[in-house]
Design a protein around this ligand. Structure first.
Ligand code: AMP
Ligand code: GLY
Length: 423
């Protein structure tokens, strides 16, 4: 088969790495890709917002199967556009991607189907939103309805902070159309877990759980990021928790989406808070997590391509996946300044030395090649992954990889996996 992966992050590098290892893969392209992805796939420059260009590229390269990594093209309808051009793709339709594309849709959907999630209210009027926050008090969570590149959520510790978030979105227009409507919800307390389920519109195959580290600093301090590291499996999510989440959240969601005429195909990313009252849904994403995907791909023993094809073809019933029992851990290396302002084009050395270490694979999240040099090209730049018999061994190996990398402009958290290490 001729495959195309859409995206340019660590998630897409991990997907390309797994797909390139499949005997089904005759040719692999990635659009636009990055310098690391170029080692396993042919990279094709494209603007991810230009759906016409992506479809044209898939047609021109005679692609049999497209795997869409990021949420924005899914929410914009790339899978529908590819289908209209006769090209099979992995991922949800535009209608099904609303589970991530519109928080208001998602919250109303959960209410219709009795799916356990934070209590909420929707607002299009800033004064009504402010009054709601004053009445409820803090902590409280303010979310833009639409996609805001991961920056649309404010977990406010005080009423003033929540009101500032309302004003930024609704009065200041900080998020454009995405912030015209807000969802304000109850603060949930507990450990966060990312659970994944592969779906074909009707059938569901659990795809593992991981724990991400959102805050930028050690000890979970500082502002939230896209994710500074992850590990899988996690002791925070055992078989009983998985059964409960499948029964209370995933099955009702897949059945409800089918009943509402929006069958969900692709990977459902179930963002959970493990509260004292049981697992509650924080958010749905309609794509793999990043860096969760990197650790899941390191643990997957089965061929990825037939699994993704079975999702697209609606034949996941009875599909079995096998996993390595070891722990996989990823440490994200980011450019100094992230998640605020940061420079681009800083040189990175030592990547070969890191890759030569035991069980270490470095996935690139934002890099470009300049002759013999690899340069940073974004905020989160590398995901250094390792496998180990337990979290402690995986952590030690991943940080050995980090320490082999010579990148003065980069930094990372030093405590990824801390909850699982030493248990
Ligand atoms: P979201 O994009 O909805 O996942 O929100 C981003 C992050 O904000 C989540 O990963 C959580 O860390 C945090 N968050 C979102 N909603 C809540 C909530 N209701 N209670 C506590 N934290 C939340
Ligand atoms: N790591 C969280 C996400 O991909 O949204």
């Amino acid at each position: 088969m001729r495959l195309l992966v859409v995206g340019s992050g660590g998630r897409e590098h991990a997907l390309c790495w797994a797909i390139a290892a499949s005997p089904l893969c005759e040719a692999l392209y990635c659009a636009p890709g990055n310098a690391g992805i170029a080692e396993v796939a042919t990279c094709l420059p494209v603007d991810l917002e230009d759906l016409d260009a992506i479809v044209a590229l898939a047609v021109a390269r005679h692609i049999d199967f497209v795997v869409v990594g990021p949420e924005a093209p899914l929410v914009a309808g790339l899978v529908d556009r590819l289908a209209a051009a006769g090209i099979k793709a992995f991922g949800p339709s535009k209608a099904a991607a609303a589970l991530e594309g519109s928080k208001a849709f998602m919250k109303d959907f959960c209410a219709r189907h009795a799916i356990p999630t934070a209590a909420y209210a929707r607002f299009t009027d800033p004064e009504a939103a402010r009054a709601h926050v004053r009445a409820k008090g803090a902590p409280i969570v303010v979310k833009t309805d639409g996609l805001a590149a991961g920056k649309g959520v404010t977990v406010a510790a005080t009423v003033e902070e929540a009101i500032a978030a309302i004003d930024a979105a609704m009065v200041g227009g900080a998020f454009g159309d995405a912030g015209r409507e807000l969802v304000i919800e109850e603060f949930l307390e507990g450990q966060e877990v990312s659970f994944f389920a592969l779906c074909d519109g009707r059938n569901i195959v659990p795809f593992g759980a991981a724990q991400d580290h959102k805050p930028v600093g050690d000890g979970d301090t500082g502002p939230n990021t896209g994710g500074m590291g992850a590990y899988s499996p996690t002791p925070a999510f055992d078989a009983a928790a998985e059964r409960r989440v499948m029964d209370e959240i995933v099955r009702p969601t897949i059945a409800g989406m089918a009943a509402e005429g929006r069958p969900f195909k692709g990977i459902l990313f179930v963002g959970l808070m493990m509260t004292a009252g049981g697992p509650k849904l924080v958010e749905f994403n309609v794509r793999f997590g990043d860096p969760e995907c990197e650790v899941l791909m390191r643990r997957l023993m089965s061929d990825l391509v037939p699994a993704l094809l079975a999702s697209a073809d609606g034949v996941l019933d009875g599909f079995d996946l096998r996993w390595y029992p070891e722990t996989a851990l990823a440490v994200v290396m980011a450019t100094r300044g992230y998640p605020g302002r940061y420079p681009k084009g800083t040189p990175i050395a030592g990547l070969e030395a890191a890759a030569a270490l035991d069980e270490v694979i470095v996935f690139h999240a934002a890099t470009r090649r300049d002759g013999d040099r690899i340069l940073s090209d974004g905020g989160r730049v590398l995901a250094v992954t390792a496998i180990g018999a337990d979290a402690a061994e995986a952590q030690a190996r991943a940080y050995a990889g980090v320490d082999a990398i010579d990148w003065p402009d980069g930094f990372c958290r030093r405590d990824i996996g801390w909850r699982a290490v030493g248990r």
